[in-house]
Design a protein around this ligand. Structure first.
Ligand SMILES: *Cc1c(COP(=O)(O)O)cnc(C)c1O
Length: 347
């Protein structure tokens, strides 16, 4: 099976596994795991923020961030196509007493400034209204096809947030893909956000973990919330060791994943009935005219390619370390077969 459902299928590299075995360890709830401390320092430096906190997952990093930014009864402005809104089990509402204010995502991944403005009540002093506390952006935006947010747009949202007295949280699960694709430093991409979470466990190919970065007080608050929701880990240096290798060795090579995604999209575009957007990063979204996506996913699996239905009639394929050029060509051949021979499993 050629596995293209997600870049979470990356496996730790040999260098990561070696680092995990050798990592100096301590109890991280006491703040005494030297490897975790080194990862947090490295992450804060790379992202250009004051402090960082290792989290077990991106979901927990986003949850702790929203709870640290927003008091109970506040609103968080989120994209209707965002991971935070769709895929995180309403954690901010359940755990934080926070209301989600979903705003449409434009095809380029942005939330229009007008739509964000409309989420603020006309009269902020009127006690009837819940007040927004944080605006959440996602970069790259997964459900819009791994698109990279423009710097000017992020600056505009930051300015709006400052004007309104709220913060900006960036779900940067794939912020390193955004940085590599746009030829910017990751600190530059993170510049306009008060806080950022990024995943070590996706294209960076560490087995576990995310890092939440931001100001010192914010990170201290998020660290307390992490403990409260059960994310305080003890000898977490075994996880952090792989994360350090990921930050040091896995960033530049993301351009290979982007090239492979383009190759895949170009191959898919030659197949009958397929429409596909040219990918900016490692996520390829496509449609097949006249075919039910669920049925096509099954047919593709029968032909030996795992892809995923992705809503709005679309199918997602994601490239990552380990999916090389020859696997891309094979995947296109197998998908051609799946298109010609619907539902091979029942034929
Ligand atoms: C994967 C992902 C997350 C959540 O990360 P987990 O580690 O899977 O909890 C958050 N946001 C985006 C955009 C993601 O792709």
């Amino acid at each position: 099976m050629i596995e293209l459902r997600s870049d979470t299928f990356t496996r730790p590299t040999t260098a990561m596994l070696d680092a995990m075995v050798r990592a100096p360890l301590g109890d991280d709830v006491y703040g005494e795991d030297p490897t975790v401390n080194r990862l947090e320092q490295l992450a804060a430096e790379r992202l250009g923020k004051e402090a960082a906190c290792l989290m077990p997952s991106g979901t927990m990093a986003n949850l702790a961030a929203l709870m640290a930014h927003a008091p109970r009864g506040a609103k968080v402005i989120v994209g209707v196509e965002s991971d935070i809104y769709l895929y995180e089990a309403a954690g901010a509402s359940v755990c934080g007493g926070i209301a989600y204010e979903p705003v449409p995502n434009e095809p380029d991944g942005t939330l229009s400034v007008a739509a964000i403005e409309a989420a603020f009540p006309e009269d902020m002093d009127d006690p009837q209204f819940a007040l927004p506390a944080v605006i959440c952006l996602e970069n790259t935006q997964n459900r819009c096809g791994g698109v990279v947010l423009e710097q000017a747009y992020q600056q505009q949202v930051r300015d709006l947030a400052r004007h309104r007295g709220v913060t900006v949280h960036l779900d940067g699960a794939r912020i390193f893909n955004a940085a590599v694709a746009s030829g910017r430093s990751v600190a530059d991409v993170a510049r306009y956000a008060d806080s950022v979470q990024f995943c070590l466990s996706k294209g960076l190919s560490a087995p576990i973990g995310s890092v939440l970065v931001g100001g010192g007080e914010f990170v201290a608050a998020a660290r307390r919330i992490r403990k409260m929701i059960g994310g305080g880990m003890r000898q977490a240096g075994v996880v952090a060791a792989a994360g350090i290798v990921a930050l040091e060795d896995s960033v530049d090579r993301l351009s290979e994943d982007h090239a492979h995604a383009r190759l895949l999209a170009e191959g898919l575009a030659t197949l009958p009935g397929v429409t596909v957007d040219l990918p900016q990063t490692n996520i390829v979204l496509f449609r097949v005219a006249g075919r039910d996506p669920g049925e096509l996913v099954s047919a593709a699996a029968s032909a030996g390619v795992a892809v995923a239905g992705f809503g709005h009639g679309r199918i997602r394929a994601v490239t990552y370390r380990g999916i090389d050029e020859s696997l891309i060509f094979q995947a296109v051949d197998r998908l051609r077969e799946a298109l010609v021979r619907p539902c091979a499993s029942t034929a």
